[in-house]
Design a binder for this molecule. Structure first.
Ligand SMILES: [Zn+2]
Length: 461
């Protein structure tokens, strides 16, 4: 989606191309995208000359010499093309301004989300589309943000996207702005001190300004790609999940906040509660409990998902549902019949999936409760073998995947005098290679206990 710099680039490019041109005929090809009266649109634009193109936030305004203005919001994919008037329409052309010089300005929109509206030109008109757009970061200071955010618990990531309060910043630049101000995207805006608000304005201006400069110089061809202002600008974090943070080198993270994706560095942008949450995943008998014990010694608060899951079976509501899925034999009286359940799950993939679907969200809830109860600044270890299956990676600052060679894991099992034949099967199901791609850190537990501890220490947490 174009943000302020892209729309500014479109404005500047278009100004050079169409200001001074006189409209011969104006056609709205898809009336749904026109918010004003279509008849007024055609009759008032015929014979009118474009005298200026202005912009507020992400909205464009074409001013005409007859006192009318055409507002244009590009939304997701809106583009302008200047073509020869006789060229055929593209199926995504939604509007056509045919000029007296034989050229034609087409508004083209593949997603068809863009909006146009013809209104009387009045800068101070409270009913114009511009009046609903908040000030740009260039027009306000930190005190303004402090004032509008007072008492509000909205995460800053979302607050910066509210175009009625502050305009021009979209999903890309708000990730960049928060990264450079070292503010975590979930921080409630009421907790952002004046100094940080001032920093947000300062960085917003700098980043938007640099992007405007970059945009002005990198548009190659409006004939082929259309004028949409999108360009490759140097981004520090946006779209770079898993890549090293330019400041500290740790992998950048992506999380959904209010259904928008936020890219950030959990180390450089400390969570508002100051907690460090390490997720630990890994296949059976890879040494997770050994590592977990070491982390406990180091002060990590240990959430043991296996223990939590096994306790969940004893809860009355869970038991009722397990009985529905696996039969009454799953419990002997009030006690879980572990052997029966193990057998039932091993032999029936569908039932296993159904039980997992029941338990995973409950384990995740317990993990959230566990984290919530810890003090600010705590270090938490979420020890969850099936962390990805339970979709718990979004609770973690970082995920460590622990792996060990299959042979060594077999030997560990044998030492405990337990059967090893199911291990191979479980290992295949665990799909450790796919998880290696997702995890932030990989520890190969193929040496001694001391080497395992050292491997963790080397991560520098
Ligand atoms: Zn960093």
């Amino acid at each position: 989606m174009p943000e302020l710099p892209e729309v500014e680039t479109v404005r500047a490019e278009l100004s050079g191309l169409v200001v001074g041109k006189k409209v011969e005929e104006a056609k709205m090809l898809r009336e749904k995208n026109l918010l004003s009266d279509p008849k007024v649109f055609s009759s008032n634009l015929a014979n009118a000359t474009i005298i200026a193109i202005k912009r507020k936030g992400k909205c464009l305004r074409f001013d005409f010499d007859n006192g009318y203005s055409l507002y244009s919001h590009l939304r997701m994919e809106g583009k302008y093309f200047l073509k020869k008037a006789e060229e055929e329409y593209d199926r995504f052309d939604l509007m056509d301004l045919r000029f007296t010089d034989g050229t034609s300005l087409r508004y083209n929109d593949v997603r068809k989300f863009g909006k146009l509206s013809l209104e009387l030109t009045k800068d101070s008109d409270t009913s114009s589309p511009f009046s609903k757009i908040g000030p740009e970061p260039f027009d306000v200071d930190g005190a303004y943000l402090r004032k509008i955010w007072k008492g509000k618990t909205t995460p800053v990531k979302i607050a910066l996207l509210d175009q009625e309060k502050i305009s021009g910043i979209g999903n890309i630049y708000d990730s960049e702005i928060l990264y450079f101000t070292k503010i975590h995207p979930t921080t409630p805006v009421k907790d952002i001190p004046l100094e940080d608000c001032e920093n947000i304005i300062k960085e917003s201006r700098r980043i938007l300004h640099e992007a405007i400069l970059a945009g002005g110089s990198t548009i190659k061809s409006f004939n082929h790609g259309g004028i949409d202002g999108m360009f490759q600008t140097k981004l520090a974090v946006y779209g770079k999940e898993g890549e090293p943070c330019p400041t500290c080198g740790r992998p950048l993270q992506r999380r959904f906040i209010g259904q928008r994706s936020a890219y950030f560095c959990p180390m450089c942008q400390k969570a508002p509660d100051g907690k460090l949450i390490l997720g630990l995943a890994g296949p059976i008998h890879c040494g997770k409990s050994t590592l977990a014990a070491y982390l406990e010694e180091a002060g990590y608060l240990h959430f043991d998902a296996d223990k939590v899951a096994s306790k969940l079976y004893d809860e009355k509501e869970v038991a009722t549902q397990i009985k529905v899925l696996l039969g009454d034999e799953a419990y002997a009286g009030n006690k879980l019949n572990r052997d029966y359940v193990r057998e039932a799950l091993a032999n029936d993939k569908k039932k296993k999936k159904a039980v997992q679907k029941l338990l995973y969200p409950l384990v995740k809830e317990k993990a959230k409760e566990f984290i919530a109860k810890t003090k600010n600044g705590s270090k938490v270890l979420l020890d969850v073998p099936l962390l990805y299956e339970a979709e718990m990676e979004d609770l973690c600052s970082y995920v460590i995947l622990l792996d060990a060679p299959l042979e060594e894991r077999k030997q560990r099992l044998e030492k405990e005098g337990r059967p090893t034949e199911s291990l191979v099967k479980l290992n295949e199901e665990y799909n450790v290679e796919a998880k290696k791609k997702k995890a932030d850190y990989l520890i190969e537990n193929d040496g001694t206990l001391d080497e395992l501890k050292q491997a963790f220490d080397n991560l520098g947490f």
